[in-house]
Design a protein around this ligand. Structure first.
Ligand SMILES: C[S@@+](CC[C@H](N)C(=O)[O-])C[C@H]1O[C@@H](n2cnc3c(N)ncnc32)[C@H](O)[C@@H]1O
Ligand SMILES: Nc1nc2[nH]cc(C(=O)O)c2c(=O)[nH]1
Ligand code: SF4
Ligand SMILES: [Mg+2]
Length: 220
């Protein structure tokens, strides 16, 4: 298996349950819901993506011929002075869609490097066994395959996700349910999304808010 990686960087997890936690991010290249090209965005299944995941040209990016090579590169981003919470390093596998590439070999190689492994996925591909934290963020217009995990993180509002659909999500087997306001270029749309998300949590107290703290902090 050759892994195509856009970039690797060390920062604080910005979103969801682990917000504020130091983590190495490994952003895999490519996604099954958008090509990543701006000219294709209007006809993509997922049209609101905030991420450049095209190619392997970012910091720490490249093609890795073995799981051991990639795990070693990821480990090289962890500060060698510290082990992290509970003596474990923390990696977030994201993308693009990481589950198009993440396999048991890579999971084993990262565990051997002392990492606790989290994944950010759109849920269209079943997660391989061994991941320590599965965060699923469903996209309207796609077929959700991974209907269980640790965290459901729904970007809102999405046309096609009405109250009945959100009730369906609420009934799924996730430990935590969060709504995350959709980011966009329009300040009005951003304010509407934030108000929508806050009101959803107030009206449906099994849900919690996720904010993209890295964007307000101005970090990666
Ligand atoms: C770039 S995606 C990569 C992982 C995977 N493809 C997915 O969609 O979950 C990482 C996270 O950012 C969220 N996200 C992407 N674009 C966003 C936006 N415009 N506003 C808020 N969250 C967004 C996704 O829903 C997902 O939770
Ligand atoms: N700081 C920070 N936190 C994040 N949480 C999820 C991210 C992602 O793009 O998957 C992300 C990201 O790009 N940066
Ligand atoms: S599924 Fe994830 S990576 Fe793919 S286009 Fe949507 S937000 Fe971006
Ligand atoms: Mg991001």
């Amino acid at each position: 298996m050759t892994y195509s990686v856009k970039e690797i960087f060390y920062t604080l997890q910005g979103e969801g349950t682990h917000a504020g936690r130091p983590a190495v991010f490994c952003r895999f290249a490519g996604c099954n819901l958008w090509t990543g090209r701006e000219e294709d965005r209007p006809k993509a299944i997922c049209q609101f993506c905030d991420t450049d995941f095209v190619g392997t040209d970012g910091l720490g990016g490249g093609k890795f011929g073995t799981a051991q090579d990639l795990a070693a590169r990821i480990a090289s981003f962890w500060p060698d002075t510290a082990q992290g919470r509970d003596g474990r390093r923390f990696v977030v596998l994201t993308g693009g869609e990481p589950l198009l590439q993440v396999d048991v070999e890579l999971i084993e190689a990262l565990h051997a490097q002392g990492f606790e492994i989290a994944v950010e996925t759109n849920g269209t591909v079943a997660a391989p066994p061994g991941l320590d934290w599965i965060c699923v963020s469903p996209k309207a217009g796609s077929t959700l395959v991974q209907t269980s995990g640790h965290e459901l993180k729904l970007v809102v509002p999405q046309a096609g996700f009405d109250d009945a659909k959100l009730a369906e999500f609420e009934a799924m087997d996730f430990v935590q349910r969060r709504v995350q306001p959709m980011d966009s270029a329009s300040p009005e749309a951003r304010r509407h999304a934030t108000e929508w998300a806050v009101q959803w949590c107030l009206d449906h107290p099994r849900w919690m808010l996720s904010v993209q703290t890295h964007k307000t902090l101005g970090i990666r």
